[in-house]
Design a protein around this ligand. Structure first.
Ligand code: PMP
Length: 441
């Protein structure tokens, strides 16, 4: 053709070439993009995606772990079909937003009140502003390497490297992620180590009185999908109590791990919980929840709120309807079943690795999993960060899995969905062991 390109080998390749002309890089999904290009999706059926070339792919990427019921889950389709005929947004409140907020409150009394927005990023931004409004302080602390959306302060130290990750005192440095990050963002964001309670305590003793909030995810994906140690949780809770810092627990991903979210299992007592993903039933969503005392900062009914949190499509009726159907069908029994399937997957894969003598481990918790190559113990962002040879192997394993019909995220993590059964778990486990072995060879 005119551009001198080979004829497209597939419809996905043709789509990619076409998209690149009008979308820089092709695809909005920067975090899930991989070379030469991902397959283009045509439709989804339960835990399967059918791409535009007609290939069926078992979906463990799960739209960034948001589709806890997989694709086109009938109760969600029914709820959306009923809602859409009534109109999509009004600029007025609807009873749908009450029902979804009530459903959250019924799962965990600490989620007594909620304000909805349209993404997890927006939820974090709102919670941070809420903490600032309540305390009158502007600095925040977050943990090294942990992802909390693409709000500037939340991106600090997201991808720090051995060359820049320590400051002069040997504490985690405030490293910019995006070029052009304002210096004030770095100065206002204190970085904490995920697995070092003593160092955390020392940093918080120094900065605590200046902090509006500490933001944490106790099972952070980029920290390896390992549990934050109880000693670190205790240090954080103590600092919050001592210095009047508000605690923001980011449950955008991990809310799916427990009926009332993940905080109860860690003994965390958040002032704000940020939510997203599964609470929108597959539609764009974010939320800030918390006890009424903390949420009062957003209360506009009594005059100007200290902090305004709202937007054109916040709490739109479609998201509210889909979210309610999603939560209704993700009851305590469904949560337990999906988490047990995750345990079974880890057991199968790790037994397969052990039998084959492969130094790799499938980690994670409940319905979320992540592959770690190498034999070292993963406790935080630094130890989870793949060594150069591992960083080269992961994309090959990802590609081998896709070739074998299983979609993971590019770093070989994934999420299960309720349409899955033991048959899918056996298939994923088998492909995982085979793909990892083939890549080692
Ligand atoms: N927090 C965490 C822990 C996340 O993983 C994500 C997204 N993957 C976000 C926040 C941001 O959510 P969103 O992509 O909806 O902005």
């Amino acid at each position: 053709n005119e551009a001198g390109l080979e004829p497209p080998v597939s419809r996905s390749t043709a789509a990619f070439l076409r998209e690149q002309a009008v979308v820089p890089g092709g695809s909005m999904r920067h975090a899930s993009w991989f070379p030469p290009h991902p397959p283009y999706a045509a439709r989804g059926e339960g835990c399967w995606i059918v791409d535009i070339d007609g290939r069926r792919i078992l979906d463990c990427a799960n739209n960034f772990f948001s589709l806890v019921h997989g694709h086109a889950f009938p109760p969600i389709v029914e709820a959306l079909t009923a809602a859409i005929g009534r109109g999509t947004a009004f600029g007025l409140p609807t009873e749908g937003e009450i029902a979804l907020a009530e459903a959250l409150a019924a799962r965990n009394p600490n989620l007594a009140q909620t304000r909805f927005c349209n993404s997890g990023t927006e939820a974090l931004l709102g919670a941070v502003k809420g903490a600032r409004g309540a305390t009158g302080r502007h600095r925040i602390a977050k943990f090294e390497g942990c992802y909390h959306g693409s709000y500037d302060h939340m991106e600090v130290s997201l991808e720090s490297t051995p060359e820049n990750w320590d400051d002069a005192e040997g504490n985690p440095a405030s490293v910019p992620y995006a070029k052009g990050t304002p210096p004030a963002v770095l100065a206002d964001t204190v970085v904490l180590p995920y697995a070092d309670a003593d160092r955390c305590a020392a940093i918080l003793r120094k900065h605590g009185p200046t902090l509006a909030a500490i933001v944490l995810d106790p099972h952070a994906s980029k920290a390896g999908m390992v549990a934050m140690p109880a000693e670190v949780v205790a240090v954080v809770q103590d600092a919050c109590a001592r210095d009047g810092i508000l605690l923001i627990v980011d449950e955008v991903v991990n809310f799916r791990l427990g009926f009332g979210g993940i905080s109860p299992a860690f003994g965390l007592r958040p002032d704000f919980v940020t939510l997203g993903k599964i609470i929108g039933g597959g539609l764009p969503v974010g939320a800030v929840s918390g006890p009424a005392s903390a949420m009062a900062v957003f209360d506009h009914a009594k005059g100007k709120p200290k902090v305004a949190l709202g937007g054109t499509f916040s709490a739109n009726p479609l998201t509210m309807a889909a979210g309610l159907a999603s939560l209704t069908h993700y009851d305590a029994a469904a949560v337990a079943r999906l988490n047990a399937l995750g345990d079974a997957l880890r057991a199968k894969v790790n037994a397969g690795f052990a039998a084959a003598g492969v130094a790799a481990r499938l980690g994670g918790m409940g319905s979320l999993f992540r592959l770690h190559l190498g034999a070292r113990q993963v406790v935080d962002y630094r130890s989870a960060r793949p060594l150069p040879a591992e960083a080269a192997a992961l994309p090959r394993i990802h590609a081998a899995m896709l070739a074998a019909g299983v979609l993971l995220t590019p770093n070989c993590s994934g999420a299960l969905s309720t349409p899955m059964t033991e048959a899918e778990i056996a298939l994923i486990a088998d492909r995982f062991v085979q793909s990892t072995l083939a890549t080692e060879a």
